[in-house]
Design a protein around this ligand. Structure first.
Ligand code: SAH
Length: 393
């Protein structure tokens, strides 16, 4: 029997607008006893085909793979990955001499909900956020290999921390293809050690690439604090941009080691840079008022909608401290990557922080995620990275 989902009457509306999630409340009946991660066909209440996707446990019950009646097979995966690759090539990010680091596939943004693929030189790091994508991992890897050909030699599967933990899959990270001895990749001419074995996300925050490039332009002659530095991305761009001094801070000692290694890789022996393992709030509290360029790129303060209020208080406190202490004429790059916090919420938090610090503040840039992290227009939830560049008088 076909595994299928029948919707309640009228509940196909969001699907007609190509929104890729079906919530459990929209479902009338489930047929054929599908298990989590199985492919199901979705029918309207009067039995018309409307979509096909992965079924899962939770409030999002189906993540849609296609809105046309086509099989989910080798051709399907190949076509989707190839469309994603083609887009990155046509906009230039996948074919630059000075760059081999980019996101090849961005979940819903590339019409494959629950799947992320990042490219680091000749290694692809694949990450599943759903049991469905996990189940299909080998098929996806085969298609990926065919689409990218010689361009990649290794595929690392890194889903230990991203799969729903209730599914109890006990998945261990590991290579599906090849095995790489080197882990250095290049972003806009700068080299980075990418720790895909143990690092956060797929090993690097590719989503800040364009914002790092913008920061570089503002760094000349400035004294910079890179708060929440992780691999030191912003710091390395600032060094290239001619900053007078760069201090990188992160509470994780491992992040500080990575930052130091990356600084050494690009600018060996450069005494303009120093890195400190410290808590952000402690550091901001006791630091002087010597910095005139500050980056605040904290982890997601709100992982869920219910923690929104506390998250906003966190952003406000953090920004108020930086706005209060920055030198007159200083610039702050401030970010939020919490999906639950929208642009308006974030801007209000920074606005309130400015008012608390009683400084004159102007917005110079409004930033977001780069083009290789596209937002599916039918899935506005995919817009997660928000940033403001502000000038503090
Ligand atoms: N800006 C980075 C990404 C930042 S990720 C980049 O461009 O790659 C967020 C970082 O914040 C993590 O490395 C994490 O270790 C660090 N962090 C989390 N809580 C912190 C705290 N209270 N104080 C300082 N760093 C913290």
């Amino acid at each position: 029997m076909e595994k299928a989902v029948i919707l309640k009457r009228g509940k196909e509306e969001s699907l007609l607008r190509q929104h890729p999630w079906i919530f459990s409340g929209a479902i009338q009946r489930i047929i054929g006893k599908p298990e989590e991660g199985d492919i199901v066909t979705v029918y309207t209440n009067d039995n018309k085909f409307i979509a096909r996707g992965h079924i899962q446990v939770g409030s999002i019950a189906v993540r849609v793979l296609t809105f046309i009646d086509e099989p989910i097979n080798h051709e399907f995966w190949k076509q989707r990955i190839s469309a994603a690759y083609e887009m990155r090539r046509s906009i230039g990010i996948a074919c630059r001499e000075d760059n081999d680091t980019f996101r090849l596939l961005h979940g819903e943004g590339d019409n494959l909900p629950g799947l992320v693929i990042d490219i680091y030189d000749d290694t692809a790091v694949m990450q599943a956020h759903s049991v469905g994508m996990h189940t299909c991992r080998n098929e996806i890897a085969t298609a990926l290999q065919e689409v990218l050909g010689d361009r990649i030699k290794n595929i690392y599967y890194k889903s230990e921390t991203t799969l729903p933990y209730k599914a109890d899959l006990n998945q261990e990270d590991g290579y599906i293809m090849g095995k790489s001895a080197s882990n250095v990749a290049t972003e806009y001419g700068l080299k980075f050690h990418i720790d895909w074995l143990r690092g956060q996300k797929t090993g690097f925050f590719i989503d800040q690439r364009e914002n790092r490039a913008l920061l570089e332009k503002y760094s000349k002659g400035r004294k910079l604090l890179n708060m929440f530095c992780y691999t030191g991305g912003f710091s390395i761009y600032a060094l290239r941009g001619g900053a007078e001094l760069v201090h990188s801070v992160d509470s994780s000692a491992k992040a500080i080691d990575l930052t130091n290694a990356n600084a050494e890789l690009n600018f060996p022996g450069d005494t303009r840079h120093a890195a400190y393992a410290e808590d952000a709030f402690d550091y901001l509290e006791k630091m002087g008022d010597n910095y005139d360029l500050i980056i605040l790129d904290p982890p997601a303060f709100a992982k869920h909608r219910d923690s929104l209020r506390n998250a906003l208080i966190g952003y406000r406190r953090l920004n108020a401290k930086a706005i209060e202490k920055i030198k007159p004429g200083g610039i702050i790059f401030t970010f939020s990557c919490s999906q639950a916090v929208n642009k308006e919420n974030f801007r209000t938090a920074v606005f309130t922080a400015a008012a608390m610090a009683k400084r004159n503040v102007r917005i110079l840039h409004q930033l977001t995620q780069p083009a290789d992290h596209p937002v599916n227009i039918y899935h506005p939830e995919g817009e997660y990275l928000k940033g403001l560049v502000i000038y503090v008088e």
